[in-house]
Design a protein around this ligand. Structure first.
Ligand SMILES: C[N+](C)(C)CCCC[C@H](N)C(=O)O
Length: 288
């Protein structure tokens, strides 16, 4: 089993994550809280109340978890593709990709990583949604004091299943959209590289960026549902399940609700995934 794919997946994921986190925080807030008039309003309010640090809330944990999640994603993808098409990373460069295999391998990887991601993502979303300024003497502390405290509190208040709230929405979001993610990346890379040539750095950046945008566009409706399900249960439970969350969100706020965060997801997706694939490919060359 090629281990270097896991290592490359981990490091490249971390690079992308740091770059995209501030935009991710703004997105999560817009998706789950109805107090902002738009992106600019949310940025200004966050900055005024919480300073630059507000945008980095909930980041320390994903930095650790990305090690697990992204290496599971890229490792499962490569190894599934190896099983399906019996070609290794090196051989695949030489022949045209089988897009069916790529989509299936990406979807399997998406399914597996969604389960690993679920608790980490839930904690991230809960912390990002705490809009209180940093704790000071005299000011009541936030409900969650940090990632571990958040995990313990959820376990106590909502039980172990609480940590997997929204997990189904996450699995549904990630299974097809990660299939599409790898499909776009491989397709565009193949198209941009002339016959017999090595894949160039610019190709990796462009193909990675577009893979990110396309997969996020497809994933955004379920991303909204997922974020709402994850926040549910904090005060009192509002939704009876995934379908109920979809129907009542659409009824109360119109179908446009499913596209909340689309602009931000896409703006964040390009640089994040350009850097992710670029560093992934270069690390693989270096490691193998
Ligand atoms: C499948 N979905 C679109 C949800 C995510 C795909 C991209 C994953 C990347 N780590 C990122 O955060 O952009």
């Amino acid at each position: 089993m090629p281990v270097e794919e896991f290592v490359a997946g981990w490091i490249s994921g971390a690079a992308g994550l740091i770059l995209g986190h501030p935009l991710d925080t703004v997105k999560v807030r817009l998706q789950t809280q109805n107090v902002y008039r738009g992106i600019v309003d949310c940025v200004i309010k966050t900055y005024q109340r919480e300073s630059v640090l507000g945008f980095f809330k909930g980041m320390s944990f994903p930095i650790c978890s990305v090690a697990v999640v992204n290496s599971v994603l890229f490792g499962t993808y490569s190894n599934s593709l190896l099983l399906l098409s019996s070609t290794s990373h090196q051989d695949r460069k030489a022949q045209p990709p089988n897009y069916g295999h790529i989509f299936v391998a990406g979807s399997i990887a998406g399914f597996v990583q969604a389960y690993c991601l679920a608790p980490f993502d839930l904690i991230k979303v809960r912390l990002q949604n705490q809009t209180e300024p940093r704790a000071r003497p005299g000011v009541a502390p936030s409900h969650y004091r940090g990632p571990l405290h958040c995990a313990r509190t959820i376990l106590r208040e909502e039980g172990p299943r609480g940590l997997f709230r929204g997990a189904w929405a996450l699995v549904l979001r990630d299974t097809p959209s990660l299939g599409l993610y790898f499909l776009t990346y491989e397709g565009l890379s193949w198209w941009l590289t002339s016959d017999g040539k090595e894949r160039g750095s610019a190709t990796m950046l462009v193909a990675g960026g577009f893979a990110g945008i396309i997969s996020w566009v497809v994933a955004t409706p379920l991303d909204v549902v997922k974020a709402r399900m994850q926040m549910d249960g904090l005060k009192q439970q509002e939704y009876r399940g995934l379908l109920d969350c979809m129907v009542s969100s659409a009824r109360q706020e119109g179908p446009g609700v499913f596209f909340r965060g689309l602009t931000l997801n896409s703006a964040r997706a390009f640089p994040v995934n350009a850097v992710t694939f670029f560093s992934y490919e270069h690390l693989l060359r270096f490691l193998s």
